[in-house]
Design a protein around this ligand. Structure first.
Ligand code: ROI
Length: 172
């Protein structure tokens, strides 16, 4: 039974970022134990970290799954890998595809591979704004509303893109 809910942050700033996200969503949805419920619009965001890299395209999707958090992490990392993601020496450098598990039900956990909720969420406009778009009533682990987190976060020029995800090709 696919009854667990998770939110995934998607990001890319290399090699046709919109196509990277589209392809990643299609691959995620094809997994027998994962179904995409919603995806936010696409956003253009200024790089967090080194500024000498292109702007990112970011989005957040909501999935249902029968996988455990660690199994889901394995799947997401395998997809990143298939997309030519190379772990470079430069921390926070440009990347073809980033898939970050943001939330998994109300699970709080921390091990060497995975921290839930995602540690950097509260400062990342490119995570909070698309998340708010698909789950506007969400209450965060600290008891505050997602709306309050969004209003406390600097938008850094975040812009919604005119292009949308092509849902028909994800579900095909
Ligand atoms: N910056 C933005 N704007 N979007 C990202 O997805 C993103 N991902 C990263 C780092 C390098 C921290 N910066 C980012 O991993």
């Amino acid at each position: 039974m696919m009854s667990d809910i998770a939110y995934i942050g998607l990001g890319s700033n290399l090699a046709e970022p919109i196509g990277q996200l589209q392809k990643a969503l299609t691959t995620i949805h094809q997994h027998p134990n994962i179904s995409i419920q919603y995806c936010s619009h696409l956003y253009s965001s200024a790089p967090m970290g080194p500024q000498d890299q292109p702007n990112y395209v970011n989005a957040v999707c909501k999935i249902v799954t029968s996988l455990s958090p660690m199994e889901l992490l394995d799947v997401l990392q395998a997809i990143e890998h298939e997309h030519g993601r190379e772990r470079k020496a430069e921390q926070w450098g440009p990347r073809t595809l980033d898939l970050d598990m943001l939330l998994f039900n109300n699970v709080s956990m921390k091990n060497e591979r995975l921290t839930l909720p995602h540690y950097g969420m509260s400062e990342r406009e490119f995570v909070l704004v698309p998340l708010f778009e698909i789950s506007p009533d969400m209450i965060m682990q600290d008891g505050k509303s997602l709306a309050a987190w969004v209003s406390n976060c600097s938008l850094n020029g975040l812009k919604r893109l005119a292009e949308d995800i092509d849902y028909a090709s994800i579900a095909a």
